[in-house]
Design a protein around this ligand. Structure first.
Ligand SMILES: *[C@@H]1O[C@H](CO)[C@@H](O)[C@H](O)[C@H]1NC(C)=O
Length: 334
């Protein structure tokens, strides 16, 4: 065997080795995701910090036009039920701090981020320390917002995905990793928001809870059989029955509960991908499945995320957050 031959063989061998390493890291990555599924964190474990529960101060009868409690006892927060001053005082005394995550990817950044952040500065958890975590693939385009004292903004660069379905699915993985690597130990609660929304009125500490889900404005007042749960038995999001239809535009809770939700959704989305299925409403379908299996401790009424296209507004005393009008001129070319 001459030297050239030897060099060629070494080349081929290196190539093969590289392929094996690449393939196995991908393969075991997938396996790890599936292993997570079998070993999901237990929800409602002992919280790491003392938690503030003011449910006993709520007036469940003042709103006789709407449901104010679920059958498992969780409050559904509507205007007039809570004393905002009391909530803020208790949370300030208890040193509550809140992290807010928001994804501003592609043209969503140009179209919505500025309005989202400036309106949050006026209405979101005023009086409490808040840190915004903005996830984007173009950090240089994040607007320079003037922040009130005790409020902070961090920009985290993420990879660009072209299909919005993939963007919304990878959100869950990013949220879970961020909680584990960045938020753990620093915040009492984390809330995750869609960016195409605008705060209009107080969105305060009454919305905080161990595991918080939002009633979807389009479905809070319609019969169950109209809920758009995933109905494909091949998907992990498949549901025959449920309690409510929750909106994925925002969710929140203690760090460990939100991480459990994000892990559940991510792992089930990955398993669906391996089986070549996609849930009807993507991460929202998986979120609904999670909250069916792990009942939220607190529900937010659609006052906390109103859809102005719903004609009947009779139950909505205060619009606290609303879907932003679609900026088709800025989004069309996606
Ligand atoms: C809140 O923080 C202050 C100042 O650091 C501290 O004195 C107080 O004990 C804390 N309260 C609670 C309930 O942890």
């Amino acid at each position: 065997m001459d030297f050239r031959d030897f060099k060629e063989r070494i080349g081929i061998f290196t190539c093969l080795l590289l392929c094996i390493v690449l393939f196995s890291s991908f393969y075991f990555g997938q396996l790890r995701s599936i292993a997570l599924l079998k070993n999901l964190p237990v929800i409602h474990e002992e919280p790491s910090k003392p938690t503030i529960n003011l449910d006993h101060t709520l007036d469940f009868t003042i709103r006789n036009d709407v449901q104010t409690r679920t059958y498992w006892g969780a409050p559904i927060i509507w205007e007039l039920m809570f004393d905002p001053k009391l909530y803020d005082k208790k949370h300030q005394e208890g040193n509550t701090s809140v992290a807010l995550t928001v994804f501003a990817v592609g043209r969503y950044l140009d179209a919505y981020l500025n309005t989202f952040l400036t309106s949050a500065e006026k209405h979101f958890m005023i009086g409490l320390p808040v840190t915004y975590y903005v996830f984007t693939e173009s950090p240089e385009k994040v607007p320079n917002i003037e922040l009130a004292p005790q409020r902070d903004l961090k920009v985290v660069k993420v990879q660009k995905y072209s299909r919005w379905q993939d963007i919304s699915m990878m959100r869950m993985k990013t949220i879970s990793e961020t909680i584990e690597m960045e938020l753990e130990g620093k915040f009492s609660y984390v809330f995750c928001f869609d960016v195409d929304q605008e705060f209009k009125n107080r969105f305060g500490s009454e919305a905080l809870g161990e595991s918080v889900a939002l009633l979807h404005a389009d479905f809070y007042n319609v019969p169950k059989d109209r809920f758009t749960y995933d109905k494909n038995p091949k998907s992990k999001a498949y549901m025959e029955d449920g309690d409510h239809y929750y909106h994925a535009a925002l969710f929140g809770g203690s760090l460990q509960n939100v991480k459990a939700l994000a892990d559940f959704c991510h792992v089930n989305i990955m398993e669906d991908k391996l089986n070549d299925v996609e849930a009807l409403w993507h991460d929202e379908s998986h979120l609904n499945k999670f909250f069916w299996l792990n009942k939220p401790t607190q529900l937010l009424s659609p006052e906390y995320c109103w859809d102005n296209n719903v004609p009947d507004k009779k139950h909505i005393l205060v619009v606290r957050l609303t879907w932003a009008p679609k900026q088709y001129d800025k989004l069309r070319t996606r």
